[in-house]
Write a protein that binds this ligand. Sequence first.
Ligand SMILES: Cc1cc2nc3c(=O)[nH]c(=O)nc-3n(C[C@H](O)[C@H](O)[C@H](O)COP(=O)(O)OP(=O)(O)OC[C@H]3O[C@@H](n4cnc5c(N)ncnc54)[C@H](O)[C@@H]3O)c2cc1C
Length: 500
Amino acid sequence: MKNFKRFNIILLAIVLSLSLFGCGTNNSENTSVDSTDTPDKDKQQAQEEIYDVVVIGGGGAGLSAAIELKGAGANVVVLEKMSFLGGNTLISGGELNAPDTWIQEKLGIEDSIDQYKEDTLKGGDYKADEDLVTVLANNARNAMEWLRDEVNVSFKEDYLMQFGGHSVPRAAYPKGGSGNELIGKLVDKAEELNIPIKTRVKAEEILADDNGKVNKVVAVDEDGNEIVFKANKGVILATGGFGSNVEMRKQYNAEYDERYMSTDQPGTTGDGIIMAEELGAALVGMESIQTYPACSPETGVLSYVADTRFDGAVLVNKEGNRFVEELDRRDVISKAILDQTDAVGYLVWDTTIKEKSHMDNYMQEFEQLVKQGTLIKADKLEEAAEYFDINVEELKETIGKYNEYAVNGKDEDFNRRGEIVGLTKAPYYIQKVAPSVHHTMGGLKIDTQARVINNEGNPIPGLFAAGEVAGGIHGANRLGGNAITDIVVFGRIAAENVLK
Ligand SMILES: Cc1cc2nc3c(=O)[nH]c(=O)nc-3n(C[C@H](O)[C@H](O)[C@H](O)COP(=O)(O)OP(=O)(O)OC[C@H]3O[C@@H](n4cnc5c(N)ncnc54)[C@H](O)[C@@H]3O)c2cc1C
């Protein structure tokens, strides 16, 4: 499983599309966190295995929960339907927010739990469950420290990202700027703890006993064999969102139909939501689906090269004009892009901005985009503009005006927050971008103990949920960097409470 660390995001995108449950080859290395402590080895013919807790989903939330559970002495198993672990967490940037961290202290950034909470509530249009946001904010720093100290995740020690909607930089940047660092280290930890992990095993149904307590998961392996996983203490759902399930997207919000591609890995099909609904689970915020503004218009894949936006790149349309503040919320920028000619935007940056960004981490993607024809590098701005048939004269005027704003320190048109960087140093770059479905804010209703709540407002005994499968934490819109915080915070909380 250490192979994960060698994956790069581009290769991964190809692998992902080939690795849907049942479509890949049998890679025993991936299924091999040795289950020496499987308690009923001698009953394997009966196709029933007995554990304290069954965790469904081997992404960031599931692995965090499993590690905490094993650390607390519980007998836990992780079921993962794909041939590899990691889910969306693996292909994510891995950046996570927390206030009052050691990195903020080093950089002299003033922040507070209350400010983080307020930014998160406001970013979600005050539609989030305030109690859940309070838990997120109160436990965020601890989650980041747990990743550093217990899981050995390396963060850049002198840098923080400021995603849209946050009032200060507070997102820690893992080594390599990708979820590889998180998943690689979580998997190492799971191996060290001998946690049994079953890849290519898809949970299909959750069962409860006569008293309504959840106690079993029915799953199928890659050969179609049914396996019943008995869960004496309970089940944690960590199956991620439903961004890759177009029918489900349309069911809850007709806007997000086939016209939209997705940034997600193909396993984000909402299975956990569907299974829990059968047990009467309540859903919240299902209509709230987020698009990410800067993705490849050809594949829908999220572009890390386009993170130049956070370091100063300017967003224009085919007419050569700016049309939105580049650091506004994802939903605002996405909608603004869709209103432009061809429903695309063009990010423009120069060499100064390129040097500020962490482009070295994403050179493979860079080359891929050039090959795809969605990124151009040119000695002259005019040359780059002509490649995309952008109005050259208007663009020159736009950039000229923007460079004056950089000198004066104020963006007169869109009041861009943060530093305004002039575009003056050749070569220049232009990247064509479009929005793609990225995150599903809605999901299972949970309480502050990560218990799944039913339609009568009561916890379903023995059923817990953490991560993107749960709703209510991000309201109408998730702020960048808040999902990774969410999955670690609530993954650990679910682990703590399932054992009570
Ligand atoms: C390209 C990209 C970049 C992102 N970057 C960031 C970022 O930098 N910061 C941030 O905060 N957020 C980011 N996000 C969002 C964040 O990555 C996700 O919200 C988060 O990783 C979800 O974690 P999870 O554990 O809930 O689900 P996942 O990591 O998606 O894991 C769920 C797992 O459950 C498995 N599963 C599903 N159904 C079943 C079943 N029936 N049986 C068994 N297994 C099942 C899936 O295959 C998957 O492996 C990004 C998302 C994407 C797509």
